[in-house]
Design a binder for this molecule. Structure first.
Ligand code: AHG
Ligand code: MN
Ligand code: MN
Length: 334
């Protein structure tokens, strides 16, 4: 059958499965093109003067890296004029970016973490871009932050791009998960895996162990039981990985199973966790569920959380279905 491009995959999703309207197809193609531009900047590294700090802070109080700012600009510029969007929201912008009046407005809203894994940029470790697509409720030109505050189960599409040894785009439009690899010679995204399925069982976990002393008791008990290995209650030895780029950790889980945790911890007790619901947890939860895995806060399905603000944080437990269910029992238990 030959190579299937992203364009062809999307046309078939539109024509044969009736899953996506033309406007959403355009939106995904535009995001994928923006990711290609970001990939080029990432690859240039020191040669392109893209490493290091931008000298600014974002709304979360994090120092912005040059690539955080570049990736944000690339995504905004690419998506502003096509007529497919009403507004955008980003980790790197305090408030929403409404499509300017000089352009037509579409029915969709795009949220993104333009550059995930910022601490890995300067050390040449995999980083990525995460995105989530929502439909605007109600018609007319007006759009406000409140329009974005929908639970993750309402997402029309979600995806991420990982800039690693290969540049890979992972996508769901609610019909399973497809992976596309960037062919740098032809500049096209080629379908390299369809119907991605996360193994239900695992013996590999991902968590930042340096925070152990700050964890809540259920998380501590779960990891203690994993560490006890063959002689402990789990009866098997566990392996550990932590890339510190959510995209890379999730990509490994989609490929070979595993469980990823970024729980609430007592360092900043007023914050629900580190990761952001709307543009990190929700899109990853949608992808993971579409691949047969599960995504939970520990006590609730992530995609059922009703957001109350754009940059809201949430505890994250996602990956192999049976392991996520087991972690939920630690949270429910005495
Ligand atoms: P970002 O670079 O977009 O701020 O996200 C970083 C996130 C996530 O990708 C990763 O899993 C986590 O932060 C790593 O956190 P620690 O440095 O605390 O391990
Ligand atoms: Mn991130
Ligand atoms: Mn980021």
């Amino acid at each position: 059958m030959g190579r299937i491009s992203l364009t062809r995959y999307l046309v078939e999703q539109q024509r044969e499965h009736g899953r996506i309207p033309g406007e959403l197809r355009l939106l995904i193609e535009v995001v994928a093109r923006a990711c290609k531009h970001i990939a080029i900047a990432v690859n240039k590294g020191a040669l392109g003067d893209v490493l290091g700090n931008a000298g600014t802070e974002n709304v979360q109080g994090e120092i912005q890296k040059k690539l955080d700012v570049i990736a944000n600009e690339v995504l905004i510029e690419a998506n502003e004029w096509g007529g497919h969007l009403a507004a955008m929201a980003s980790e790197e912008m305090d408030s929403i970016h409404v499509v300017p009046n000089r352009y037509p407005q579409g029915e969709y809203m795009l949220l993104f973490d333009p550059l995930d894994g910022s601490s890995n940029i300067d050390v040449n470790v995999s980083i990525g871009t995460i995105f989530s697509v929502l439909r605007k409720i109600g018609h007319g030109r007006g759009v406000a932050e409140g329009d974005f505050l929908q639970p993750g189960r309402h997402q029309a599409a979600a995806g991420y791009c990982v800039y690693g040894p290969q540049t890979t785009l992972v996508l769901t439009v609610g019909d399973g998960v497809a992976m596309f690899t960037l062919d740098r010679e032809t500049g096209s995204w080629v379908l390299t895996q369809n119907g991605v399925a996360i193994p239900e069982e695992t013996r590999e976990f991902a968590i930042n162990m340096s925070n152990m002393r700050h964890w809540a008791p259920p998380v501590k008990r779960y990891i203690d039981d994993c560490l006890a290995g063959r002689d402990g209650p789990r009866g098997k030895d566990f392996n550990m990985r932590w890339v510190a780029s959510m995209v890379a950790d999730v990509h490994r889980i989609l490929t070979r199973g595993g469980v990823f945790l970024y729980p609430w911890d007592a360092r900043e007790p007023d914050k629900a966790g580190k990761l952001r619901l709307m543009y990190e947890a929700n899109p990853m939860a949608f992808i993971v569920e579409q691949a047969g895995g599960a995504a939970s806060t520990g006590t609730e399905r992530i995609m059922d959380v009703l957001p109350n603000k754009l940059h809201q944080r949430v505890p994250v437990v996602l990956g192999s279905k049976n392991e996520v269910a087991r972690i939920a029992t630690y949270h429910a238990g005495p």
